[in-house]
Design a protein around this ligand. Structure first.
Ligand SMILES: Cc1ncc(COP(=O)(O)O)c(C=O)c1O
Length: 369
C-alpha cells in the first residue's frame, strides 16, 4: 500500500516509539506521588514540557497537555466562555476543523453570536475585516493556521496582532502547521497542537495558553501536569511528543527539501493530465497537493485508487464527504472543481517510486472516464 494521506495522520517515528516505551516501562510512577519514583517521573515530565515550551517559544506554564487537538479546541472556546461569561461573541473561519466548528456551534446553541471571517479571492483570511467584525463583547477570534485541504498558510500572525490591538483573545489551531513550517506565537494567546500529525503518538495534544489568559478547566479532579487539566500524567506520551517535536526541529530543513522535491514531481505529473485541474492556493505548504477531476465523485475515485493500493483523501478526514470543498470553492469560484477535489498529503517518507506509481494509476483512472 502507498500512503499519501499524511495530513490526516502520520506513522509513529520508530525513534519516538522507542522513547515512549523506554519512559513508559522504566519511569512509570505517578508524577504526582511524593516518593522518590514519583519525583523521578516528575523530573522526566518537566524535561518534556521544557522541550515543548522551547519548540513553541512560550513559557513552560503555557503548556497544557490534552488527549487530542479536538479536546484542545473545545477547551479553548468553552474554557474561555466559562471564564468570561459577559463576552458573548466569537469569530471563526470557514476553514476550521470540525472540532472548532462544533465547539463554536455549541456556544451558538447557548445564545452566542458566531461570525465567520471572510476569505479573500486567494483563499486567505481577510485580515482587515476583523476590524469591522470585532465587537466590545467579542470573546475570542479562533482561526486555523493552515487550510487542511489546500495547505494555504494563513496570516495568523497579522490576525493575532489585530486582535491584540482590539484587546480580544486570539486562538489558532496549529495542528496542520507544526512540523511543516515556522510560526511566531508572540501575539497569539492560545494555540492547539496534536502529536499524531508530526510523527508522534495518537492520544496526546496540547492547548498552549499564555499566562495572562484566564480559563476554566473542563476536566476537574485535581492538579496533574498542570492545574488546568486533571488525570494521571502520561509520562511516556509526554516524552514521545517532546521527542517528535525535537526531531521535527532538528530535521526541519532535510524534511522540507524532500517534501518540496516530491511536491514538484507530483505537480509536473499532474500537469500532463488534461482532465486534471490543480487547485493551487496562495502561500501553500508543499506537503499538500489539491487537484480536481471534474465529472468524478471523489468517493468513487478514492475507491479506485485504494483498490490499486494507493491511499489518500478528498478532504479533511473529519469533514462531510458529500459537501463541496469550501477552500477549493474560495480559490476557484467553481462549483464543479469544488465537488470533485482530491487531497494528497506528502511527507519526507514519500518516495520517488511512490509518486511514479500514483501518477501511473492516475493516468489509468483518467483513461477509464
Ligand atoms: C486542523 C486540525 N485540528 C484538529 C484535528 C484533530 O486532531 P486530533 O486527532 O488530535 O484530535 C485535526 C486532525 O484531524 C486537524 O487537521
Amino acid at each position: 500500500m502507498i500512503y499519501l494521506d499524511y495530513s490526516a495522520t502520520t506513522p509513529l517515528d520508530p525513534r519516538v516509539a522507542a522513547k515512549w516505551m523506554d519512559v513508559e516501562t522504566r519511569v512509570y510512577a505517578n508524577a504526582n506521588s511524593a516518593h522518590a519514583l514519583g519525583l523521578a517521573s516528575k523530573a522526566i515530565n518537566d524535561a518534556s514540557l521544557a522541550v515543548m515550551a522551547g519548540f513553541f517559544g512560550v513559557p513552560v506554564e503555557s503548556i497544557i497537555p490534552t488527549a487530542s487537538a479536538v479536546e484542545a479546541n473545545n477547551f479553548a472556546l468553552k474554557g474561555l466562555a466559562l471564564k468570561y461569561p459577559k463576552k458573548r461573541h466569537v469569530i471563526v473561519s470557514a476553514l476550521e476543523h470540525a472540532s472548532l466548528i462544533g465547539a463554536a456551534g455549541y456556544l451558538a446553541h447557548q445564545g452566542y453570536d458566531v461570525d465567520t471571517l471572510p476569505l479573500t479571492p486567494q483563499g486567505l483570511y481577510d485580515v482587515e475585516a476583523l476590524d469591522t467584525l470585532i465587537r466590545p463583547d467579542t470573546l475570542v477570534v479562533s482561526l486555523t493556521a493552515v487550510d487542511s485541504e489546500t495547505g494555504s498558510r494563513q496570516p495568523i500572525e497579522s490576525c493575532a496582532e489585530r486582535c491584540r490591538l482590539h484587546h480580544v483573545f486570539f486562538h489558532t489551531d496549529l495542528t496542520q502547521l507544526v512540523g511543516k513550517g515556522s510560526f511566531d506565537l508572540s501575539h497569539v494567546d492560545l494555540a492547539t497542537v496534536s502529536a499524531h500529525k508530526v510523527y508522534g503518538p495518537k492520544g496526546i495534544g496540547l492547548l498552549i495558553k499564555k499566562p495572562h489568559v484566564g480559563i476554566v478547566p473542563l476536566l476537574h479532579g485535581g492538579h496533574s501536569v498542570t492545574p488546568w487539566r486533571a488525570s494521571t500524567p502520561p509520562n511516556g506520551l509526554l516524552a514521545a511528543f517532546a521527542e517528535a517535536l525535537r526531531l521535527a526541529h532538528d530535521e526541519a530543513d532535510q524534511r522540507l527539501a524532500i517534501v518540496q522535491a516530491r511536491h514538484d514531481q507530483v505537480i509536473a505529473g499532474l500537469r500532463q493530465q488534461s482532465r486534471v485541474t490543480i487547485n493551487q492556493a496562495s502561500q501553500a505548504l508543499p506537503h499538500f497537493v489539491n487537484f480536481s477531476i471534474v465529472g468524478t465523485r471523489p468517493e468513487e475515485g478514492l475507491r479506485y485508487f485504494s483498490d490499486h493500493g494507493i491511499c489518500f483523501s478528498s478532504k479533511s478526514a473529519c469533514s462531510g464527504q458529500d459537501e463541496k470543498s469550501v477552500s477549493v470553492y474560495a480559490i476557484t469560484g467553481d462549483e464543479a472543481l469544488a465537488i470533485s477535489s482530491y487531497r494528497l498529503g506528502l511527507s519526507h517518507l514519500t518516495t520517488v517510486t511512490e509518486i511514479e506509481t500514483f501518477l501511473s494509476v492516475l493516468a489509468d483512472y483518467v483513461g477509464t472516464l
